[in-house]
Design a protein around this ligand. Structure first.
Ligand code: PMP
Length: 362
């Protein structure tokens, strides 16, 4: 082969031809409200503890492959009587999900999700050679057991993804619906609770169902409420056998010594790391109410973001906001932009920009 080949010269898997690497634009602008981060950094004291933990880690040795201490801390954080054997983790819940699909998806199998939903799911499916099938949510973006079980009967998936609160709509699926679904199938049901801490009912979590249903997997992340997106730590809770299945497909030592050390410090400071969740819930409610006062359509949200719209050309609206120093996300149902809850200053900047732009609406 000639030097410096193009992708077309390489024996790329056919299903990857024409694909682009996934990711929201990473732009250096004053107000970033595009990836649902927690805008509040850890305190100086916590950062000092993180630095000390990194200094103390043994870099000439491989890290603990089973990261038992961290799993114990995650289990304690989750409560619900969970132990080390119920918890699994990886570099972000994105990687956790590839473990789940690596173990329970694969050639000839299907993973089912309910659209509009998180745009990474089809990529996990593709990368694990799992077929990706979807069913639309109701017009108000809700799910009920009839819809979900009907789609399961139609598609016969080995894995079902229920995202609650859902990204990008912010919609919660009631616990009773989740229970009816989990009870009505033997497929692995992954309840993606990446945004659960922001919910109006954070206690209504599928974790409470785990003792009764062996096919239930609850996925969580430290990237959102926990203010640890840069640390890359996602995790799940499930029956020990599900954890064992993930252990079969993970790469050995996938969680580095630094990741384990820093995440462990973050969990030891859970109260501080989570201290701004109430503020962010209030910022979300304010974002929804004030955008509506400006005459925009906004979807009710239980997460730390909301869909605002609707524009005839949402890319133009996105561009006009960007010109005013505000980066939001061009994703979700037609005409909407997704806006993360930020600091009071960021929210004022967004609302001022929103009031100023003139992109035509639907
Ligand atoms: N699930 C959902 C629904 C998400 O929105 C995200 C992040 N955008 C993730 C999972 C992945 O988060 P992370 O890999 O940072 O843990």
């Amino acid at each position: 082969m000639r030097p410096n080949p193009t992708l077309a010269d390489l024996p790329l898997r056919p299903e990857l031809v024409g694909e682009e690497p996934y990711g929201a634009p990473q732009l250096d602008v004053p107000v970033c409200l595009n990836v649902n981060e927690n805008p509040y950094p850890p305190s100086a004291a916590t950062l000092t503890d993180m630095a000390e933990a990194i200094r103390a880690a043994a870099y000439h040795r491989y890290p603990d492959r089973e990261f038992t201490r961290l799993r114990g801390q995650l289990a304690d954080y989750l409560g619900h009587g969970l132990g080390v054997e119920n918890v699994w983790a990886a570099n972000g819940s994105n990687e956790v999900m590839t473990h789940v699909l690596g173990a329970f998806g694969g050639p000839g199998r299907r993973v089912l999700s309910f659209t509009p939903t998180y745009s990474m799911y089809p990529e996990y499916a593709r990368n694990t050679h799992t077929a990706y099938v979807t069913a639309p949510r109701r017009a108000d973006f809700t799910l009920d057991a009839e819809l979900v079980l009907g789609a399961i009967a139609e598609h016969d998936p080995s894995v079902v993804l229920i995202t609650t609160p859902n990204n990008p709509t912010g919609t919660t699926t009631p616990l009773a619906v989740v229970e009816e679904v989990v009870a009505g199938t033997d497929a692995i049901v992954v309840v993606d609770e990446a945004y659960q801490e922001f919910s109006r009912t954070p206690g209504a979590t599928a974790l409470s169902l785990l003792p009764r249903y062996g096919n239930l997997v609850v996925s969580r992340t430290m990237s959102k409420a926990f203010a640890f997106a840069g640390g890359r730590l996602g995790y799940l809770a499930a029956a020990p056998a599900v954890v064992d299945a993930c252990r079969i497909v993970r790469l050995p030592y996938h969680l580095s010594a630094q990741t384990q050390a820093v995440a462990s410090v973050a969990l030891a400071h859970a109260d501080e790391m989570l201290a701004r969740v109430d503020d962010l819930r209030a910022a979300r409610d304010d974002l929804v109410a004030r955008s509506r006062e400006l005459g925009f359509e906004v979807v009710d949200s239980d997460a730390n973001f909301a869909l605002v719209g609707r524009w005839a050309d949402r890319h133009l609206a996105w561009q006009q906001l960007l010109e005013r120093g505000v980066l939001v996300r061009e994703t979700g149902p037609a005409g909407y932009l997704r806006v993360s809850a930020g600091t009071p200053e960021e929210m004022e900047a967004f609302l001022a920009a929103l009031a100023a732009i003139d992109a035509p609406r639907m």
